[in-house]
Design a binder for this molecule. Structure first.
Ligand SMILES: [Zn+2]
Length: 173
């Protein structure tokens, strides 16, 4: 700092665009410099927003999964409680063989307490039983029951959709 007699033992970047170049200050002056430092100085609100978003991806390009046409992960290794992957497979019409419970139905089947394979009749009967047992009205409006019922509803919808899409499966086993 001009006029300062102290030794400059503390560095601070010269500017946003030259973060690897430094001014050297004494302790007192580097503190003053740092407290007045504004990385976003001179940027518009839009530029700051864009910069912040870019930072969340380490300022590297990003794109949605699968956009590059590459299978980036092993579906069997993924937990997919919302059945996003199975929905994608159904659209493409390439469902996997069904000798074992499909990975995306493991959690739903467990939530329903059923074993794979299952027929639509057994599924419906089990769902009715669980829905009745966990209905909030039957449990004094209990929150936990309500959550459990939501899980059961989702699980039922997932398995039912699966059986509807592939009717042959109901006869297996
Ligand atoms: Zn100084």
């Amino acid at each position: 700092m001009p006029g300062c007699p102290e030794a400059g033992g503390f560095r601070a970047p010269k500017s946003r665009s030259t973060l690897n170049q430094y001014w050297w200050f004494c302790l007192e002056h580097v503190r003053a410099y740092n407290s007045a430092w504004d990385y976003y100085k001179g940027m518009s609100a839009g530029e700051i927003e864009a910069h912040t978003r870019s930072d969340t991806g380490w300022q590297r390009p990003t794109w949605p999964l699968g956009r590059l046409g590459v299978q980036a992960f092993d579906e069997a290794m993924l937990r997919d409680p919302l059945h996003i992957l199975s929905a994608g497979r159904m659209r493409r019409g390439t469902a996997a063989p069904k000798t074992t419970v499909p990975p995306d139905l493991r959690d739903p089947m467990q939530a329903l307490g059923l074993d794979w394979p299952v027929s639509m009749d057994v599924l419906k009967a089990r769902y009715k039983e669980l829905a009745k047992r966990h209905h909030p009205d039957a449990n004094g409006g209990d929150r936990a029951s309500e959550e459990r019922l939501k899980t059961i509803n989702l699980a039922y919808a997932a398995v039912r959709q699966h059986l509807t899409a592939e009717p042959r499966m109901a006869a297996t086993g």
